[in-house]
Design a protein. Structure first.
Lengths: 90, 292
């Protein structure tokens, strides 16, 4: 088997940037998630991950810029923008 | 291709791009298809601007920043190197903006397609030079205001038909896509990756900053562009053109224009004329991505 090409050349070991401080409001799952994954595919930041066990999506507040695409594209309207609770804020 | 089958691995994540940037989404979706076994070439454009802040980078695959005019040359050079070493399994992909494709980089793109090496050239089209402050480019549509064509004047030239230009090179695979139709776009990237030769994908990427709309409407705007006939999703394989998605509902182009501020200065008569142009192109079954 051919070995895969070496990873990114960055002295800091490829630290992803954290843009969470750009916005104070974040998406919060208020309703029932039907796990259609539309928010996940449309998130430009890749800040949404999947919780396979609970069959719902998870939001990474450290990377979310609060653009609100997930809120608008959610077919069931289960996501809302809200100020996160104290301690959750990045 | 189904949503559940798409790779969960994020190889481009959390960049410095504006909130709601569809160009960033286009890169993320492309790397989901190509995986880790790829090399990216990025000329001067929004993507290099938002991703190259030492020591951080949102790219989790090797990437190189290239001179503005040299995307095509770098792509064929890297691809030639891999061919020489027998590593043709590695995909070489270039992300160029609309200015870097249609204006500054067009000779190098033309030369690269002529050269015949295997690469994927992705032009994400946000219809102006966005990262330097929204100057007009060859792909700015008729009627749009930019900072170099300010209101009440506006862009008076129509959009270059890039697909027709690359098709004239007898390219094995070329397509148009839109970030609002991610599965369609990803399928095209996967198809382009299987072709052993130069491929070109032109993806429309709505820009909240330059077009003037709220960041959360970025996906909706792309959908409106396709539904109004302003943008078409087609692919060209070995000279045969195929429409990959026909919108189920038609919108008027006035509705699409009203959603953004860059077309604000157009009078109803001018919008009607643009609508007539789009209708005429559709009725004639004009093959290529018809733009007003």
């Amino acid at each position: 088997m051919k070995k895969s090409i070496p990873g990114p050349v960055s002295r800091a070991g490829n630290i992803p940037t954290r843009m969470g401080s750009w916005s104070t409001i974040k998406p919060v799952l208020k309703g029932k998630c039907n796990f259609c994954l539309l928010c996940w595919i449309f998130c430009p930041e890749g800040a949404i991950s999947q919780d396979e066990g609970h069959r719902q999506v998870l939001f990474n507040n450290e990377e979310c810029k609060g653009c609100g695409i997930c809120v608008r594209e959610c077919p069931t309207g289960a996501i809302e923008m809200a100020e996160p609770e104290q301690g959750e804020r990045p | 291709m189904k949503l559940k089958e798409i790779s969960r691995e994020e190889l481009f994540r959390s960049s410095y791009g504006c909130a709601g940037c569809a160009a960033v989404l286009a890169v993320r979706l492309t790397l989901k298809v190509l995986g880790r076994n790829c090399v990216c070439v990025v000329p001067a454009n929004c993507i290099s601007t938002v991703s190259c802040y030492y020591p951080q980078t949102p790219f989790f695959v090797p990437m190189t920043v290239m001179a503005f005019a040299a995307t095509g040359a770098a792509l064929s050079g890297i691809s030639a190197g891999f061919r020489r070493r027998g590593r043709e399994d590695i995909s070489v992909v270039g992300f160029s903006g609309d200015g870097g494709t249609a204006d500054i980089g067009i000779q190098s793109l033309s030369g690269a397609i002529d050269g015949g090496y295997k690469f994927i050239y992705i032009c994400y089209d946000n219809e102006a030079y966005m990262n330097t402050g929204i100057q007009r480019s060859g792909l700015t549509p008729y009627g749009a205001t930019t900072t170099t064509t300010p209101a009440p004047c506006f862009e008076t030239e129509s959009k270059k038909d890039m697909l027709r230009i690359v098709a004239a090179h007898d390219i094995p695979y070329a397509a148009t896509a839109c970030t609002s139709y991610p599965l369609d776009f990803m399928q095209k990237v996967a198809r382009a990756n299987r072709v052993n030769g130069p491929t070109y994908i032109h993806v429309l990427a709505p820009c909240p900053t330059g077009w003037g709309f709220a960041p959360d409407r970025a996906i909706e705007l792309g959908r409106m562009a396709v539904e109004s006939g302003f943008w078409r999703l087609v692919e060209l394989e070995n000279g045969k053109l195929r429409t990959t998605h026909k919108p189920s509902r038609r919108r008027s182009v006035a509705e699409y224009f009203a959603a953004q501020t860059r077309f604000r200065q157009l009078s109803p008569e001018q919008i009607e004329e643009i609508q007539r142009n789009i209708d005429r192109r559709q009725a004639a079954g004009q093959a290529f991505s018809a733009t007003g």
